[in-house]
Design a protein around this ligand. Structure first.
Ligand SMILES: C[S@@+](CC[C@H](N)C(=O)[O-])C[C@H]1O[C@@H](n2cnc3c(N)ncnc32)[C@H](O)[C@@H]1O
Length: 265
């Protein structure tokens, strides 16, 4: 279970992400990057894995690429589907785990956008997902996903963070028109490489008094590049490109956001 399984989170995801990425954007340029990738490799079909509320799916559809979408969370799939229909697109969006989904067809292009891969919390699950995605690709099919380079400075900070050490992240207006403040506390376990986040949502009344509080957990696993290189080799992928960001920055040296573009061998 993680943050994305909760109904209220799926409903409000787009609203608070818009505010979050106005101030701190690790993902600047992501839609254009995935559109280029789908145009280049998607002639035999595109699938957006861990599609969430459909940020990439909808963008591709607006540019003439009717991709399939899948996500572990039924609530996220439902929101993505509603958005697609509202915009006149009838897309195949289905709930499934990326470690085992099948859609009855194969694709030449698979996208795991904006950190979906980091929700796989063990090397075994990462391996299962890569093997399964490989099965859903045609020969020579391409996959892109991203990881964050583990950073010793932040790891040390997070190793000293307790579950209740909340920092304020943002304020936004939720789907019901109510102001909400979001705080999070992220701790890090160097043995499992898992970042455990507690996300606290406070709903406020007109006077700014807290009328409701919800805490949602969200875990993500940090993966070293050397690990990923071997995991890709083990699961039958060849690395075609490693970028240091969605603007295709050089992938050499340390990069906060590492974009992997790999081909089914
Ligand atoms: C950070 S969100 C990104 C959503 C979307 N790709 C975007 O760019 O807005 C990560 C998504 O991964 C989904 N997810 C997590 N684990 C998954 C799994 N094992 N299989 C499929 N989806 C998963 C979550 O439900 C969530 O919607």
């Amino acid at each position: 279970m993680d943050l994305h399984d909760y109904e209220d989170v799926a409903e409000n995801y787009d609203l608070y992400l818009n505010v979050m990425y106005k101030n701190e954007d690790n993902h600047s340029g992501f839609k254009e990057f995935y559109l280029d990738f789908a145009k280049e490799y998607g002639k035999d079909g595109v699938i957006d894995i861990a599609c969430g509320t459909g940020a990439v799916l909808l963008y591709l559809a607006e540019h003439g690429i009717m991709a399939d979408g899948t996500d572990l969370s039924e609530a996220m799939c439902r929101v993505a589907d509603e958005k697609a229909r509202k915009n006149g697109f009838n897309l195949n969006i289905f709930p499934a785990n990326m470690t085992e989904f099948r859609s009855g067809r194969k694709y030449s292009c698979a996208i795991i956008a904006r950190s979906g891969f980091m929700h796989l919390l063990t090397p075994e699950l990462q391996r299962a997902a890569l093997l399964n995605i490989r099965e859903n690709l045609v020969d020579g099919g391409m996959l892109t996903f991203n990881t964050f380079d583990p950073h010793p400075y932040f790891q040390t900070q997070q190793m000293n963070t307790k579950e209740s050490d909340y920092s304020f992240r943002l304020e936004y207006t939720n789907k019901q028109g109510k102001r909400e403040k979001i705080y999070n506390a992220i701790s890090y376990d160097p043995y499992t490489q898992i970042m455990s986040g507690n996300w606290k949502f406070e709903t406020l009344d007109e006077n700014g008094t807290v009328i409701e509080e919800r805490v949602r957990p969200l875990k993500m696993r940090q993966t070293y590049r050397q690990e990923m290189t071997y995991l890709l080799e083990l699961t039958g992928f060849e690395i075609v490109n490693v970028f240091g960001g969605y603007h295709k920055e050089s992938g050499k040296g340390s990069a906060k956001n590492v974009i992997w573009c790999v081909k089914k061998r």
